[in-house]
Design a protein around this ligand. Structure first.
Ligand SMILES: Nc1ncnc2c1ncn2[C@@H]1O[C@H](COP(=O)(O)OP(=O)(O)OP(=O)(O)O)[C@@H](O)[C@H]1O
Ligand SMILES: [Mg+2]
Length: 180
């Protein structure tokens, strides 16, 4: 079984507040891991440490050398007047901030990703005016643009209704099967 993530005795603190204490875990290729816990228990902190946005107090996180991470952060906000369509919003992930001129290959990836999250029909609508669940799927699509093999979703079904939750999780499950 090929290891993708190996966490050894990880400790993370903010000043005197120790948030993660001696965490050990191994994740293999194809695994599907859900981290559950109360608000403030340290779930996002773990993710941010994994992404190297935070430095452990001690211990380490090792990632397989070919790991390409796609990340959907917990808090995002898009103004209702946001000028781009869903498609253009997702396309921004090719460059980070400005609207790219897409190669034929990139256009193909863009269309595939949009199809994968079931946004094809409404891809030309305004991102700012999309519903919560549609936006969540657009964020997921953004994270998929770079074709990651490790996908991290932080509270990505928060605020979704039960049907939308099921749908999003079904998409993620399908992706897990496709990536691996
Ligand atoms: N940048 C920071 N500076 C100081 N303290 C922080 C920082 N980020 C998080 N914390 C603290 O670390 C603890 C864990 O926060 P974290 O965001 O990891 O929780 P969480 O499990 O993701 O919670 P939620 O379910 O609400 O998203 C909290 O007590 C929080 O106040
Ligand atoms: Mg969190």
């Amino acid at each position: 079984m090929e290891q993708v993530i190996k966490v050894n005795d990880l400790n993370v603190s903010f000043g005197r507040q120790q948030v993660i204490t001696n965490l050990n875990l191994t994740l293999n290729r194809g695994d599907f891991l859900a981290i559950l816990g109360h608000n403030g228990v340290g779930k996002t902190t773990f993710v941010r440490t994994l992404l190297k946005q935070l430095k452990p107090t001690s211990g380490e996180i090792m990632l397989a050398p070919d790991t390409k991470i796609g990340y959907v952060p917990q808090f995002r906000n898009i103004d209702i007047e946001y000028p781009l369509s869903i498609r253009d919003f997702i396309a921004l992930s090719f460059t980070g901030f400005r609207l790219p001129f897409l190669s034929r290959r990139e256009k193909q990836i863009l269309n595939e990703v949009i199809e994968l999250v079931d946004l094809t029909e409404i891809a030309d609508r305004s991102m700012g005016k999309a519903s919560g669940g549609e936006k969540q799927r657009a964020y997921l699509a953004s994270a998929l643009i770079k074709q990651p093999n490790l996908l991290i979703l932080d509270e990505s079904t928060a605020s979704l209704d039960p049907d939308a939750k099921q749908e999003l999780l079904a998409v993620v499950k399908r992706l897990n099967l496709q990536i691996n």
